[in-house]
Ligand binder design. Structure first.
Ligand code: GLN
Ligand code: ZN
Length: 750
């Protein structure tokens, strides 16, 4: 019985997002394929080198990717839909056209990987002829072996997860698709086996969900087949993000080790292990370091936990993160944060150190007291604790945070705002041109003064108020020119939150996000948006919407603190946003939008936990809008298309107006609203802002017409489906011209 260290995945983006830069330069044509591949190889090997130097025993290979590791597996198995074939393209171009589309062939869908903010390419099982095409996994393994002498643990998504996360088959065909892929896994494994790969990890996070009997049967048979194809290579079955849903079934699969999550399982895994035992002689790869958060582990406690686990098994134990470290930034080394906070951080590279420390510490009975000191100091730091906020949270037990009935509010709002039928508006941000970005950078680098920067922001705002007036929109926005990002902006301003410099994580493709850290009680220091809103409102007689990010989204797009429930943190942020809302109202702002694009993605994996989360989320949102006058109109915005399961919650938010990103799934969404008999106002995006194409008038009119079949004309708002920040100025202007014209035409026909 020996303790080893292991990892599941390492961030691929590089310390300074070199990966992103390389991909984008290659796509733009400023980096040749040869140089591009060299750069990516360099980044791949750098990740391996860091893990080797940290002393990790089982280093993953196969987690690195040219875009997304699921896409790499699709490529390997030639699960390349026909629409991407028969074109004159290099293999690399074809690969990227799957992810990003080309003229004529729509990109494959991208969606969130389980309950994370990482997006994978959704496998399509239609118009495909799978075969083992190019074993990228073996290529990476060889490179690591040849260049760095590392016999990596090859890691890839397993057959059940690959199929069940895919689409393009009937419900009744899913089992047969799993079966059909088994021989390909076998071939792939035989090749790895022949080269001397020691360990292969098959990742099956889908095992955290309940699966039906038929699927289990093909999984059991399939894994038996797969196991037979390895002579020397050993197999690890890896799960994460939750406890497995059927412990006995999973643990009887014929593999050599099991990777289980002991962090996000709410204690279930250890209970199951005690109850049902652990197969003799097999490896337990124990996810005991949080792979999804940025805080240092308490190694005293973790090592005690590992020792306890050791007593429950009779094979080797690997200490590893609870999931891939893809979800955390690369390293905290380059940050310059307040020292109480800096001492508490552990990003990917630092987590490797923790794993290594556990590996050697447990054997030698090392004391971790010294290591744990800095986090203890952080926990006790006065800056983390705000007594007043804690008291306010306690008082919430008595508060329902509901507003007077909607009909009453609606009437008063209409009297005050006097909006026409089918009011037109936008979602908030206007194009963030190169000039905006450049000026912000100059200001951050202190090359221009605060006053100069502020003046620039005002000029942009004023320019866009004029443009919106000329366009004839009914409800205007200030344009969000002062914001880099809708969460980071608030993260910088709220107490209890801090923004990092290089804390990037991959979100989708080359796109990275930089979630702020929530380190303590959150509260409002000073007004965050009032100045900008008042200024914009002073330029026009039309209403300008105040624009805020809601508590649920701020939480879901940040790294949460380690010691408070989601519910409490959401409510704290809700209270802070509420103060801002009231300040905006005081300043004469009549419409306030509180965006919640990330509400859906905080949904727990477990069915039985969903309702509690949704209730808490709706409450925190209502809290943020609680106490405004009836005539103040509260808007919210969401960008997700599967609304059926959250319809009740949407209603529960009790916003006067909700705008929704829908242009890509109009029909289904309308159905949801029809079935629900929603009574408040709705703006269903009438065109897709993600495309540079200017929408045409007929399409917009037909979208309005379709919506009005289901919704009352008094309910309906006309708007683009999301913020315009990524569009060029002229694209935004032209599109909005069409939108206003189409609306006027439609109104005239009523
Ligand atoms: N108000 C934000 C914007 O317009 C909303 C962004 C979002 O939905 N993600 O950019
Ligand atoms: Zn949106």
């Amino acid at each position: 019985m020996t303790v080893y260290s292991s990892n599941i995945g390492y961030p691929r983006i590089g310390e300074k997002r070199e990966w992103k830069k390389a991909l984008e330069s290659f796509w733009e044509g400023t980096l040749e394929e040869k140089e591009f591949k060299e750069e990516l190889d360099r980044l791949f090997l750098e990740g391996i080198r860091v893990q080797k130097e940290a002393g990790i025993t089982h280093i993953p290979v196969g987690d690195f990717s040219l875009y997304d590791h699921v896409l790499d597996l699709l490529w390997t198995f030639d699960l390349v839909p026909d629409r991407f074939k028969n074109v004159n393209k290099t293999p690399l171009e074809t690969y990227y056209s799957m992810a990003r589309g080309t003229d004529g062939s729509e990109a494959m869908t991208m969606t969130k990987w389980f309950n994370t903010n990482y997006h994978y390419i959704v496998p399509e099982f239609e118009n495909v002829t799978p075969s083992l095409k190019e074993n990228r996994f073996l290529d990476y393994w060889k490179k690591a072996k040849q260049k760095l002498g590392v016999n990596g643990k090859v890691t890839l998504v397993g057959p059940a997860t690959l199929v069940l996360l895919g689409k393009g088959y009937k419900e009744t065909e899913k089992a047969s698709w799993i079966q059909r892929l088994i021989p390909l896994y076998q071939q792939l494994l035989q090749q790895l086996d022949a080269e001397g790969v020691e360990w292969v990890s098959l990742e099956e996070p889908i095992f955290t969900s309940p699966l039906d009997q038929e699927v289990w049967k093909v999984i059991e048979n399939g894994y038996a087949e797969i196991a037979k194809s390895c002579k020397n290579t050993k197999l690890l079955l890896q799960t994460y993000y939750e406890a497995v849903s059927d412990y006995k079934k999973v643990l009887s699969l014929p593999v050599d080790g099991f990777g289980l999550d002991f962090i996000h399982d709410k204690g279930e895994t250890k209970e199951q292990l005690k109850k049902w035992g652990f197969p003799k002689g097999k490896v337990l790869a124990a996810g005991v370091i949080d792979g999804r958060n940025v805080w240092k582990a308490n190694l005293t406690e973790t090592s005690a936990e590992v020792k306890e686990l050791l007593n429950l098994i009779d094979g080797d134990l690997w200490v590893q993160p609870s999931s891939s470290l893809l979800h955390v930034p690369v390293t905290a080394e380059n940050e310059s944060l307040p020292s109480f906070l800096e001492g508490a951080l552990s990003f990917a590279k630092e987590k490797l150190g923790e794993l290594k420390a556990l590996e050697s510490g447990i054997e030698n009975n090392t004391s971790f007291k010294d290591y744990d000191k800095s986090f203890e100091a952080f926990v006790a730091a006065p800056l983390r604790h705000n007594h007043k906020v804690q008291e306010e949270i306690k008082e919430l037990a008595q508060l329902k945070a509901t507003r007077p009935p909607y009909e009453l509010r609606a009437k008063k709002q209409q009297e005050k705002l006097k909006l026409p039928l089918l009011p037109t508006t936008t979602i908030g941000s206007m194009p963030q041109t190169k000039e905006v970005r450049r000026t912000r950078l100059k200001w951050r680098k202190k090359q221009i003064t605060d006053a100069q920067y502020e003046q620039f922001i005002q000029e942009m705002t004023s320019r866009w108020i004029d443009i919106q007036e000329d366009l004839g929109l009914d409800v205007l926005v200030h344009g969000e020119f002062e914001r880099t990002d809708m969460v980071e902006y608030f993260g910088e301003k709220l107490d209890g939150m801090e923004v990092t410099k290089f804390g990037w994580v991959q979100s989708y493709g080359s796109r990275c996000v930089k979630p702020p850290l929530i380190y303590g009680d959150v509260s409002l220091k000073e007004p965050m948006t009032v100045k900008e809103s008042i200024y914009a409102q002073s330029l026009t007689n039309k209403p300008v919407k105040g624009m805020l990010t809601g508590p649920v989204t701020i939480l879901n797009w940040s790294f949460p603190r380690h010691d408070e429930s989601k519910e409490v943190v959401m409510n704290q942020i809700g209270l802070a946003i509420r103060q801002e809302v009231l300040a905006l109202e005081d300043a004469g702002i009549a419409i306030i939008q509180i965006d919640e694009p990330a509400l859906r993605e905080g949904l727990p994996l477990r069915e039985e936990e969903k309702e509690g989360y949704l209730k808490a989320a709706a409450y925190a949102f209502r809290l943020s809008a609680y106490g405004v006058k009836d005539e103040t109109q509260i808007h919210t915005h969401m960008c997700y298309s599967n609304f059926n399961e959250i319809m009740n919650t949407i209603d529960d938010l009790d916003a006067d107006v909700i705008s929704i990103e829908t242009s890509r799934s109009h029909g289904r969404l309308l159905q949801a609203f029809e079935d629900f008999h929603y009574e408040k106002e709705i703006g269903l995006g009438v065109y897709d802002i993600h495309s540079p194409q200017i929408p045409n008038e007929e399409d917009i009119i037909s979208n309005i017409r379709a919506s009005l079949r289901v919704l009352d004309e008094k309910q309906f708002w006309v708007n683009p489906d999301c913020g315009l920040k990524t569009r060029k100025e002229e694209e935004a202007i032209k599109s909005l011209q069409v939108l206003v014209k189409a609306t006027k035409k439609y109104r005239a026909s009523l």
